[in-house]
Design a protein around this ligand. Structure first.
Ligand code: ADP
Length: 246
C-alpha cells in the first residue's frame, strides 16, 4: 500500500510536469523536424543521408514519449461511453494481429459467451491504449524467446463480481523479481528502445476508471496481466475516482 502511495505521488508530479511542458517541447521539435526534412536532399548530396534518418528517428522517439504523456495526462474527465468489452477487445485484436503474426506469434482471443454482454463505462481511446500497450509488451517478450517456442498471446474477458476481468497472458520471456517490483514505475524499462511509460500510464488510466491491474509472471516462462474494470450494466453512475486526474 505504501509503495502504491509513493507511486501515485510520482505519477501526480509527472502529470503536472507533462501538462506544463509537453507542448513547449513539442513545438520546437516540430520545427526541427521540418528543417531536417528540408536539409535532407543536401545531406544526401554529401552522402550523409544516414544522419538525417537518425535525427528524424530520434525526434520521433522524443515525440512518442511526449505523446504517451499527453495522451492521458489531460486534467479533463475521461470521455466516457458504454461499450461491450468484447467489441473493444475485437478491435484491439484486429489492430495487433498482423504485427503479432509478422513477429511469429499468435493471438488467441476467446470471446466471452453469454446472453448479457459485459459492458463497461470507459474512455475508449484510453482503455484501447492500455490493451495495445499490453499486447505490444507481450509481443516484445515473445520475440525474446522466439528461438525456443512458438509465441501465443491469450486474451479473454470474464465477469468477476462487480468487475469485468480481462486477462492477457503470453508465453514470452517473463520477468525477474526486480522487474516485477518496478514495472509500473514511470521510465522503468528493460528495453533498448523502451520509454518505460506504457505501464505507468496504463496503471493510472485503469485507476482513474475505478479499476485495478494485477500482474503475475514466471521468469523465462510466461506473464499474465489481469485488468479489472467495473461492470456498468444498469448503472450509469461514475465511480468517484474517475475524474481523470493524475
Ligand atoms: P516499455 O515497454 O517501454 O519498456 P512499459 O512500462 O510498458 O515500458 O514496461 C516496462 C517493463 O515491464 C518492460 O521494459 C518489460 O521489462 C516489462 N514488461 C512489461 N510487459 C511484459 C511482458 N508481457 N513480459 C515480460 N516483461 C514485460
Amino acid at each position: 500500500i505504501e509503495q502504491t502511495a509513493v507511486q501515485n505521488d510520482k505519477l501526480a508530479i509527472l502529470g503536472k510536469i507533462a501538462a506544463a511542458i509537453a507542448h513547449e517541447i513539442r513545438n520546437p521539435l516540430t520545427s526541427i523536424r521540418g528543417f531536417i526534412q528540408l536539409l535532407r536532399p543536401h545531406l544526401m548530396n554529401l552522402g550523409k543521408e544516414e544522419y538525417a534518418r537518425i535525427i528524424l528517428a530520434e525526434i520521433d522517439r522524443a515525440n512518442d514519449i511526449i505523446f504517451e504523456f499527453l495522451n492521458s495526462s489531460k486534467p479533463t474527465a475521461p470521455l466516457t461511453t458504454e461499450v461491450p468489452i468484447s467489441s473493444l477487445l475485437r478491435e484491439v485484436v484486429l489492430l495487433t494481429e498482423s504485427e503479432a503474426l509478422m513477429k511469429g506469434c499468435e493471438i488467441e482471443w476467446m470471446e466471452h459467451a453469454s446472453e448479457q454482454p459485459l459492458t463497461v463505462s470507459i474512455d475508449v481511446k484510453q482503455i484501447k491504449q492500455v490493451f495495445l500497450n499490453m499486447i505490444r509488451n507481450a509481443i516484445d517478450a515473445i520475440v525474446e524467446v522466439a528461438h525456443l517456442r512458438k509465441g501465443t498471446i491469450q486474451i479473454h474477458a470474464a465477469k468477476d463480481g462487480k468487475y469485468v476481468a480481462v486477462t492477457i497472458r503470453d508465453n514470452g520471456q517473463g520477468m525477474d523479481e526486480r522487474t516485477l517490483e518496478r514495472l509500473f514505475d514511470p521510465f522503468f524499462t528493460t528495453k533498448n528502445e523502451g520509454t518505460g511509460l506504457g505501464l505507468s500510464v496504463s496503471y493510472r488510466i485503469i485507476r482513474n476508471h475505478g479499476g485495478v491491474i494485477e500482474v503475475d509472471s514466471q521468469q523465462e516462462e510466461w506473464t499474465q496481466f489481469v485488468i479489472r474494470l467495473p461492470i456498468t450494466i444498469g448503472d450509469h453512475t461514475r465511480p468517484s475516482s474517475s475524474l481523470g486526474e493524475w
